[in-house]
Write a protein that binds this ligand. Structure first.
Ligand code: F6P
Length: 353
């Protein structure tokens, strides 16, 4: 058996741990299996960059951040276009698969990568996907690997900010990743004891934010911690088109815009902290090591059982194969009526709504 493996899209913690899970299981259960490491995501298939990997390559990488194969964004919206180099990317990937006589392609990817994986699957390639992203926004799985580690990094930043915010009686905005979905902001906000959490799914009114800051002032708390997803939107932003909002955010991140408004309307001293890509870096936490190892082992099982065209998904406490066509093109947003959001509100956290 010959299995190709690649990591695609933005990196995250536990990519190596997940690949190790796949490889260890295959080496254990399928004597003679060959694993082909495809470099820099789908680009490795398009441009023929790969190498055969031995058990040694997967040794000692459980705790290693990043990806030993490299990764790249190869946007799905351009995947069927002929590039400047005249290459038909989809055909190149199909040719790569057949030329190298692969029996299966394992993709560790997020939403964009899943669309490409689904396309390749519909063209007859045997594909198994593992859900990776710090955003936890992949439809069909309760959890993605990378997410909890990113929450830990963001919470660590919020914890550090808490002490300095209190010392200086300041309002602090910690802007965390998450353009389209707010799972990271919601969870980091709850774990970090945020007073205000702003999500793309719940448009905020600046007046509500000011009211919360004033309520805290009156109660003798002279500092406020706001955790905002980078894709948080105000009610006013809803009047803008997607393109207009994108242009505006390129000029000024939401946190800086908010900081200026809060300063003006409350007279408080306001600061912004953006942990940025640190949220994707460093070692995976224990949760992600376990989840990615389990997903890897289960994905190898799907390959052995010839269950192809599936995402290895966490469903409750089980890892189950979910058909790619049920997942591709769908986004798992924060459910604004979920228990988690309601409980956060019950705790007194303001969402600006
Ligand atoms: O999808 C993961 C993610 O980390 C998002 O949360 C973030 O908006 C984006 O990637 C950043 O992408 P890049 O690494 O291309 O700057």
């Amino acid at each position: 058996m010959k299995v190709g493996i690649l990591t695609s899209g933005g990196d995250c913690q536990a990519l190596n741990a997940a690949m190790r899970g796949v490889a260890k299981t295959l080496f254990n259960k399928c004597p003679g299996v060959k694993i082909i490491g495809i470099e820099d995501g789908y680009r490795g298939m398009i441009y023929g960059r790969f190498h055969e990997m031995s058990g040694e390559d997967f040794s000692g990488i459980l705790t290693k951040g990043g990806t030993i194969l490299g990764t790249a964004r190869e946007p799905f919206k351009h995947i069927r276009e002929i590039g400047e180099d005249g290459l038909d990317k989809v055909k190149s990937m199909e040719d790569f698969y057949r030329r190298n006589k692969l029996d299966c392609l394992v993709v560790l990817g997020g939403n964009g990568s899943i669309k490409t994986a689904s396309l390749l699957s519909s063209r007859g390639l045997n594909v198994v996907v593992l859900p990776k992203t710090i955003d936890n926004d992949i439809f069909g799985t309760d959890m993605t690997f990378g997410f909890m580690s990113a929450v830990d990094v963001a919470v660590n930043a919020i914890d550090c900010i808490h002490t300095t915010a209190a010392s200086h009686s300041r309002v602090f905005i910690v802007e965390v990743m998450g353009h389209k979905t707010g799972h990271l902001a919601l969870n980091a906000g709850i774990a970090g004891g945020a007073d205000i959490i702003l999500l793309p799914e719940i448009p905020y009114k600046i007046e509500k934010i000011i009211a919360k800051i004033e309520e805290r002032e009156k109660a003798g708390h002279h500092f406020t911690i706001v955790v905002a997803a980078e894709g948080a939107v105000s009610m006013d932003d809803l009047r803008l088109s997607k393109k207009q909002l994108k242009l505006r955010r390129e000029k000024m991140p939401v946190s800086f815009e908010l900081a200026a408004q809060i300063r003006l309307m409350s007279g408080k001293d306001v600061r912004v902290t953006i942990p940025g890509h640190t949220q994707r870096g460093g070692s995976p936490d224990a949760y992600d090591r376990i989840l990615s190892s389990r997903l890897g082992a289960a994905a190898a099982g799907f390959i052995i059982e010839k269950k192809f065209g599936v995402l290895a998904a966490l469903t409750g406490s089980k890892i189950t194969p979910v058909p790619l066509e049920e997942v591709a093109g769908k986004l798992k947003n924060v459910d604004v009526l979920s228990d988690e959001v309601m409980e956060a509100k019950a705790l007194g956290i303001c969402f600006g709504d």
